[in-house]
Design a protein around this ligand. Structure first.
Ligand SMILES: [Zn+2]
Length: 285
């Protein structure tokens, strides 16, 4: 029986949290729903997963069951709620050793976690997920690794980067690349055939024109996707219940990012559209 392209649905939850399902298999990238205030983080106060916000996000986003959860890197805005999500809706937590240590600190057993490396390929139902290691966007605030089980509440600075990954999703009906962090490894994406590119743009507006051009060349131009959806543009210290706002000016210059996206989209002919939090799309139909 042919697989229906419209069966694949993708829901955005802010930052780079994205749920992909074909109705049978469910995969989440970056379980992050607590979104603690940036003031709290700036003051160095401890943060911890918020059970209410996690439940609300999962139910509003229709995430009832997971096969796998992939974590891009272990800063709080990517990894923080991921072990709690696995506890609630199942699935295996996939990430660096640092991410595994966040899982251990929340009481996840080793049978619920898998350490990933560059080039690994995993199969879940009709999906294949390939891991592509990359580098964090310039100005990594909390570099290094998490070497011991991390038990919240902890300061945001305890969530150290670990490895940094992008994820290529292949399905019989289409292909998408989730690229959360706005940086690149030259030529890494050459030859990838991708219908939808979730393109990380966090802090891109604050980078030099030269960096922006190089970034575009080694991501979008290398891949030439059918569609670009920017991610990690939103103010990640605001609840998902509130109207989304771009990242605050101290961290990014979103107006410049928009200008760049508009210009590059017009030049390349590749459409750029934004996905609202909780909006579900059918990317392959
Ligand atoms: Zn980060």
């Amino acid at each position: 029986m042919p697989v229906d392209a419209a069966s694949v649905r993708s829901t955005f939850f802010g930052t780079s949290s994205i749920h992909v399902t074909d109705g049978v298999t469910g995969i989440l990238v970056d379980g992050f729903f607590t979104r603690p205030s940036l003031l709290r983080i700036a003051l160095g106060r401890p943060i911890a997963p918020d059970p209410g916000r996690i439940s609300d996000a999962l139910s509003r986003g229709g995430v009832e069951h997971l096969d796998a959860l992939f974590v891009a890197h272990s800063h709080h805005d990517h990894v923080m709620d991921s072990p709690e999500v696995v506890k609630r809706v199942g699935g295996v937590l996939h990430g660096s050793e640092s991410t595994v240590n966040v899982g251990r600190g929340t009481g996840l057993g080793d049978e619920s976690m898998r350490r990933i490396s560059d080039g690994d390929t995993y199969v879940f139902g009709n999906f294949t997920v390939r891991v592509l290691e990359g580098v964090h966007s310039p100005g990594d605030r909390y570099p290094g690794r998490i070497d011991e089980p991390l038990v919240p509440p902890v300061k945001a600075s305890a969530y150290r980067t670990g490895g940094c990954y992008s994820f290529l999703f292949e399905h019989p009906t289409g292909t998408m690349l989730v690229h959360p962090s706005a940086n690149f490894v030259p030529d890494k994406f050459d030859g990838l055939d991708v219908d939808l590119l979730y393109l990380g743009v966090g802090a891109l507006g604050a980078q030099s024109a030269r960096f922006q051009n190089d970034y575009w060349r080694h991501t979008v131009e290398a891949i030439r996707p059918g569609l670009i959806i920017p991610v990690h543009w939103d103010h990640f210290g605001r609840s998902l219940d509130k109207k989304p706002r771009p990242m605050p000016r101290v961290l990014d210059d979103f107006a410049k990012t928009r200008e760049l996206l508009d210009r590059k989209s017009a030049e390349s002919g590749i459409p750029v559209r934004f996905q609202r939090p909780y909006e579900t799309i059918t990317p392959f139909s």
